[in-house]
Design a protein around this ligand. Sequence first.
Ligand code: SF4
Ligand code: SF4
Length: 303
Amino acid sequence: SGERTRLPSWLKTEIPVGKNYARIKNSLRSLNLHTVCEEARCPNIGECWGGGEHGTATATVMLMGGECTRACRFCSVKTSRRPPPLDPNEPANTAKALADWGVDYIVLTSVDRDDLADGGAAHFAETVREIKARCPGMLVECLTPDFSGDLDCVRLLVESGLDVFAHNVETVERLQRRVRDPRANYAQSLAVLQHAKRCVGGPDGERTPPLTKTSLMLGHGETDDEILQTMKDLREIGVDCLTLGQYMQPTKRMLRVADYVTPDKFAHWQRVGDELGFVYTASGPLVRSSYKAGEFFIKNVLQ
Ligand code: SF4
Ligand code: SF4
């Protein structure tokens, strides 16, 4: 189509295949797990599942079903006012499957469930506890909804013992209304991230606060000043990790790409992130929120 021919060359990629990739893919077949990596046909799957130089394989699993109560204009996940009820066995089944799978760093994410009183926070937290019980060495990141700003839900999740609390601000302040569902907003997302950093992690309440992480999509028409301001706002509230990637229109009905940001410009934001003091900044056209998250964690946090 016309869209495709206008794609800049740096976005036309072949999927690279790492050495763990085939093993993980084979073992996945027998497990009833829905990875975002496969379902979104993410171009980073070879690198994430392959594990890179530290051999730390990352994958992203979607919890709480495939229907979302919200309708962000950049996202092609199906919208439903009343998604099916939660599967009470999902936390234990997910943990069992992950124990067999052998991935090192798991990102748990979900649709938004505004139909549930706690937005699914307890279900999310139980999944973390099940995983930590069965696979104590596995690093767990939760990429969460905003829970409509309910900070008790944030605390519940942090106290589950997760390693990284992630919530995406998605775009700069001016473009929130254009890009995200109207129930989401910039101040609310910052409040969620700030609160997670203030909570003390771990079921025993003795662990250090979790690492916090957020993502920005570029290509919605934001200015350099707006990006810089957002990065400063995030550092101000103690956000540790930042990823920046190019927005790609998932289907024709979704928001059009306003601009393609060059790889040089992404490299610039990487340097800015480093100067501002993020634990790590991952910035590049194909970078996604969970891009090589395990690899970055091992390299920048544990070493
Ligand atoms: Fe999976 Fe995220 Fe990596 Fe894509 S970037 S392969 S969705 S873990
Ligand atoms: Fe998509 Fe998340 Fe927005 Fe739901 S809340 S429409 S899953 S981006």
